[in-house]
Design a protein around this ligand. Sequence first.
Ligand code: S3P
Length: 746
Amino acid sequence: MTVTAVQSSAPKIGRLVVVGLGLIGGSFAKGLRERGLCREVVGVDLDAESRRLAVQLGVVDRCETDLAAACQGAEVIQLAVPILAMEKLLAELAKLDLGDAVLTDVGSAKGNVVRAARLAFAGKTVRLVPGHPIAGSEQSGVEAANAGLFRRHKVILTPSEHSDAAAMALVESLWRELGADVETMEVEHHDQVLAATSHLPHLLAFTLVDSLAKRSENLEIFRYAAGGFRDFTRIAGSDPVMWHDIFLANREAVLRTLDTFRDDLDALRDAVDAGDGHQLLGVFTRARVAREHFSKILARRAYVDAMHSTDLIFLAKPGSSLSGRIRVPGDKSISHRSIMLGSLAEGTTEVEGFLEGEDALATLQAFRDMGVVIEGPHHGRVTIHGVGLKGLKAPAGPLYMGNSGTSMRLLSGLLAAQPFDTVLTGDASLSKRPMNRVAKPLREMGAVIETGPEGRPPLTIKGGQRLTGMDYEMPMASAQVKSCLLLAGLYAAGRTSVTEPAPTRDHTERMLRGFGYPVSVEGSTASVESGHKLTATRIEVPADISSAAFFLVAASIAEGSELVLEHVGINPTRTGVIDILKLMGGDITLENQREVGGEPVADIRVRSAKLKGIDIPEDLVPLAIDEFPVLFVAAACAEGRTVLRGAEELRVKESDRIQVMADGLIALGVKAEPTPDGIIIEGGSIGGGEVWAHGDHRIAMSFSVASLRASAPIRIHDCANVATSFPNFLALAAEVGMQVAEEGKA
Ligand code: S3P
């Protein structure tokens, strides 16, 4: 059989020796040989048939039976023998003069290889780069060698601090040539991770099948096994000898994970024995969400593979008129608080209309991590088995808040008063946001909190502190800071009062009362005292006015439009967007006004209107704080000039919303001038072009709305975070007649 060499570049190295011509060694040799990256590829294997096949199939140029002859003058030596044969092979290699050759390997446990090399080469220098490609196939042997086996698979290199940088770079570049994603890790970490994610599952699959098979009279029992058994035990069909080797090679790490797992299994056994359904539900709901998370990682990997990029681009085309009745997803602020207070309540809280966006889900996951059993979400329904104010448990690791400032700031108040330590982390955008606004007042109450540099995340919160209530005058109008301190106040000695410089959203105060917790509000001061309890309740989350805002502006600016947005929360601390649009000449009416679970709601009818520029009254700023990006789009379509002042808070949201919106509007030909605390926008025409959302969900959606009046399509980069607050934005936009879609999917 002849193999055509795919000459990707001039040879990178002279001679490559691959010792062990199985699936992995063979695929490595074949891939590099086909790409013409080595002047010569030499194979070594004890089995004559493998050597013959390797040459015949074009896996190597030639084979040697003698290791010394093969290695003489070699530049790279790849050790691809079974893991237990590694020790002997390294001892033999140590006797040879390897010159400058770089040694690397593919063993699936690394500690034993590194130890064996240290022993074999005692005192001598060796250029060893331990490696492990996480790839395989159901087939084995050199005949299954596949040059593309490692493409888009991870390869983990585990260099030590003594490793030679040039050797490391060379090995890394070879794997990259084969299309692999190379990462580095410490040896112990690698072995522990692999013991947990690969070795333990194999051990369980082998034992389960054996345990069932040997106890039944014959193998008949498997006739009754269905998909669950098949899915769980597929890996029990793997190569027994190879797995026997792996368990012996990675003994310590396997034992550690196995012991932890046995404890968990025992606990589950006890729960079944005791009829403890709560415990079972806790394990199963947590496991399910972890599995879903894993599926998403896999899906994202597939997506990234397809696109070769993580940039999610929206392509928004100029549109016609909008019409229809829609319900946008649940309110983000209320969804966060429903999980927090439901978890701290006594009894079972049922939530409906919960926002299944990434931000609210981050809060939900944090409480699961602290031992709260939460069922759902499923079509917006969540059931929270409250643990009471003192029932949270220490999480096993840092709590990851994703993109969500609300989760981090509100939780910091609550966690400052717990008996255990916590660490709160977030994504790149959240990691840049100011946290001193909560850390400083919490410290005044007695909390021990460390922030990262310049008051940024991560937050490290020391548990076991006694907090004392205080009167706090907030320097900025922030509902997050107010809520954070009120939550801390549930635990602090005496009374905690927060005075705000301007009204901010009051969902925390309303919901605390809904859970039967007394809150006093006098003028601009809200106060709580510790010593009371929360009692489970039913919460119906209204649709989020911040999400509705995109359609309020869309229908206002697109001629001939009429839309009804159903069941929208119209809490007076949130309706600044309606007031501002009305001042601009917007045609908006509230219908069917009612109160649901302590929050006012209405259906909002919006018709297109000729908007005019205005000076936005400063007292409306905190009441429309999240809606400014899309209000800037309204301003760009209005006649005349719109001026915003007193909104410096916009600079520290998910992005610097003043700068990012100004940049985008200017790119689309709009006259926009950012100021330190606002923006000046001259209404006029909008052109098409390219804009960047900077990972900010509201910027991405605002420019989608802008396209309705643009003269050409708008390409909006970095839109993945729309999923944080409005996961079905594109679907609803299409339903009412907008033409915006993920690029490539339109
Ligand atoms: C929120 C308060 C506001 C808002 C955020 C949600 C809340 O933040 O921008 O989207 O749920 O309390 P600030 O408190 O920083 O103004």
